[in-house]
Design a protein. Structure first.
Length: 283
């Protein structure tokens, strides 16, 4: 997804060389091309976010009257790592953050703005581990060390149209009419380090719980059928949409900050690797 994924760049070079020397048959021996790899990984990322959004709606609904009621926003930090089940493919691993309900974290663009400015000064140099600094949980299959690298940010919100008169446009309005988590809509914006932007709409009972995705780049599982509807959209169209503009602006800034921090973390870990007697780093 970014320049630090040297495997992809090397694979592309080998693919080009083989195409020139031996034609398509030789090139196919290297496995899937970059377009397939990343379209598949993006699709996995959306699947993971769909599940996280469903769980978040249930948790927020069940805790809405408790002293530990949740703020209507959650962040998912998306990581890329080798998929041990499929040779040369990548898989998604995620960590996440939620907050207790409080005025300081109620307005989503302001929350993203504050997080960006809080962590930007620390992102340079050796960086930091997002999973330790900004997460309350992570997938059990998440790789350690340099095995997993940061690849994007998902912003889940129960405020779907906060600046409109929509009767279900905010979490507060939804609670007045909903009967269960099935009546709670959600909206997720995703920013990936390769520049992909997405808007994911989590539907309600009224819409048969439909889940639809607008994406500026291709989403496609490599070996199975799609489980949700995807629609192409220009990245600029999402950036300029009144309902996404402020959220995507500061989500992108925060995503860049976290990518810089993770680059620093990975570089520091690689630099600390012991060297052999010939002075070369061990792989």
């Amino acid at each position: 997804m970014t320049a630090r994924h040297t495997y992809t760049r090397q694979q592309a070079q080998e693919h080009t060389t083989q195409m020139a020397a031996g034609g398509v048959a030789a090139a196919e021996q290297t496995g899937p091309d970059d377009r397939t790899l990343y379209a598949d990984w993006r699709y996995q990322a959306v699947e993971r976010v769909q599940l996280m959004g469903a769980h978040f709606k249930i948790n927020a609904w069940e805790q809405r009257f408790s002293a530990d009621r949740l703020a209507p926003h959650a962040l998912a930090y998306l990581y890329m790592q080798a998929d041990w089940r499929r040779t040369k493919f990548y898989e998604v691993a995620a960590s996440w953050q939620m907050w207790l309900d409080h005025p300081d974290v109620r307005v989503l663009p302001q929350l993203l703005f504050e997080l960006h400015h809080q962590f930007a000064p620390r992102a340079a140099g050796a960086g930091f581990d997002v999973r330790e600094e900004l997460s309350v949980g992570a997938d059990k299959h998440m790789g350690s060390g340099t095995a997993a690298v940061y690849a994007g940010l998902a912003v889940i919100s129960l405020d779907t149209e906060p600046d409109t008169d929509n009767p279900t446009g905010t979490w507060e309005k939804v609670q007045k009419t909903a009967r269960s988590p099935l009546d709670v809509p959600a909206l997720t914006r995703i920013v990936l380090t390769d520049g992909t932007l997405m808007a994911c709409h989590h539907g309600t009972r009224e819409k048969y719980s439909a889940f639809t995705v607008q994406s500026s780049r291709e989403l496609r599982p490599a070996a199975r059928s799609r489980l949700f509807e995807t629609y192409p959209v220009a990245a600029q169209q999402l950036r300029e949409h009144p309902n996404h503009r402020d959220v995507l602006r500061w989500a992108a800034e925060l995503c860049d900050t976290l990518a810089q921090a993770d680059n620093g973390r990975v570089s520091a870990l690689n630099a600390a690797q012991p060297t052999g007697w010939q002075g070369r780093r061990r792989s």
